[in-house]
Each structure stands twice: as C-alpha cells, then as structure tokens.
Design a protein around this ligand. Structure first.
Ligand code: HEM
Length: 211
C-alpha cells in the first residue's frame, strides 16, 4: 500500500466520532512549531535589542532571556526544535499528499472572492476539512516564510561556514534585515491566525482533538 493510500485509509477514516480533520502528526507538529516559534520570537527580540536595526527596541517585559547571552541560549535551543519538527512536518506533508490535497490548487480569482467574502463576514466554515483559497495562500506563504527565516538565520549564525548562503541573501547585514522581515511576517500571520482560531472555536477544537 502506498503512503498516500495508507493516509487516506487511516487518517481520513470516518468513525463514530466523525471524520479525522487533522491527523495526530499534524496536531503534534503544529503545536511544537507554535511553541518553538513563540520562543524564537521572544528571544529574537532580546537579541535584536543588543544591536537594533531600527530606531526602536522591544520592551524587555515581552522579550525572553533576560540578557543577550540568555536569549541566545533560548534562540539556539528553539531553533533545533523548529528545524527538526519543521522537517518532519514538511516531509509528512509531501509524502502523505496532504500538502497537494489541502493547499493546491490556489486560484487567484478564488483568493480574491474568498478575501472579499471574509471581509463581509460571509465566509462559510461548514467544512473544516477543506481550506478556503485565502487559508491555502496564507498556509503556503507561512511555510515559505519558514524556509526564509531558517535560511537567513543560518547565514547570520555561521556566515563563514555558510558564506554562499550569506552572499545569496546579499551579505551579513542584509540577511539580518531579511530575518527581521520574515519575523514580522510571521508575527502578522500569528495575529490574524490566532484571531480566526478564536472567532471559529471549532477550528481550534479540531486542531486540538483532530475532529
Ligand atoms: C500559538 C498559537 C496558534 C494557534 C492558536 C493556532 C491555531 C491553529 C488552528 C485552529 C488551525 C486549524 C485551522 C483551520 O482549520 O482552518 C491551525 C492550522 C495551521 N497553523 Fe496554527 N496556530 C498557532 C500557531 C501557529 C504558528 C506559529 C504557525 C506557523 C508559523 C502556524 C501555522 C499553521 C499552519 C501551516 C496550519 C495548517 C496546518 C495543516 O493543515 O497542515 N500556526 N492553527
């Protein structure tokens, strides 16, 4: 049996409790990713404060790690969590066919239509198993942003060992701006993402229980 067939047999099977919307591997990797991201963002803000790129600093009340050394320890620990967990999620997303089924195709006309419907509060959430076009675009976008933040992070962590990567990003300083921009995109995504999870509680329940 192919991985894909096994996935549709076991992961999407209808049971008395209803169909599985998010299989266990999606839920486990999603929540580990959320924890790793929050640790990385908080400690990243503390690290940024040691050498700000812009004319502001993050309040130490919302930053993690007390000081630069502490924040770096948090950042590198959470980095491994994010990378290992992210590789498992992406590998399973591809091998089980979940990404192909859930995130594609993305049609610009549907994105515009669903975005307008969402602004008018008329976007249906009846079938949680099917992502609307705006969700597909956002989830794909955040996956790509995940790659950018990891790769730009590697190029500022080890600019000598990863010198080709660092020059791909336009050098050490530019890679810092790219890393910051990716963090900003993830924080903006999180604000929208968590707001929607609160507004549509059954989607949160499905990401917790699977159904
Ligand atoms: C910490 C707060 C978070 C909450 C409460 C939350 C909640 C949720 C919920 C309820 C869903 C299901 C959405 C649906 O059915 O439409 C979901 C899916 C998803 N979330 Fe989050 N999330 C959080 C953090 C994150 C972070 C930090 C990321 C990435 C940076 C992320 C990326 C995703 C992705 C890619 C999916 C789709 C997963 C798939 O179907 O394979 N989430 N989240």
């Amino acid at each position: 049996m192919t991985i894909e067939a096994a996935a549709s047999n076991s992961l999407l099977a209808d049971t008395a409790a209803g169909p599985v919307i998010h299989p266990r591997w999606v839920r486990v990797t999603h929540w580990i990713n959320a924890l790793a991201m929050l640790l990385l963002i908080g400690s990243g803000w503390q690290i940024y404060d040691a050498a700000p790129l812009f004319g502001f600093e993050f309040s130490h009340h919302i930053a993690l790690g007390e000081w630069l050394g502490g924040a770096l320890l948090w950042h590198f620990a959470a980095m491994w969590l994010l990378v290992i967990n992210g590789l498992v999620y992406v590998a399973l997303g591809i091998l089980t066919g979940r990404f192909r089924r859930k995130l594609f195709p993305i049609r610009p006309r549907e994105v515009v239509g669903d975005f307008v419907a969402a602004l008018r509060g008329r976007l249906a959430h009846d079938d949680l198993a099917v992502y609307n076009a705006v969700q597909k675009l956002l989830y794909l976008g955040i996956l790509l942003t995940g790659f950018v933040i990891v790769l730009s992070g590697l190029s500022i962590w080890k600019p000598v060992q990863f010198q080709h990567l660092t020059s791909f990003f336009g050098g050490y300083n530019t890679a810092r701006y790219v890393h910051f921009a990716a963090m900003t995109a993830i924080v903006a995504f999180l604000v929208v993402h968590v707001t929607i999870a609160v507004l549509v509680p059954k989607s949160l329940r499905a990401m917790l229980t699977g159904r």
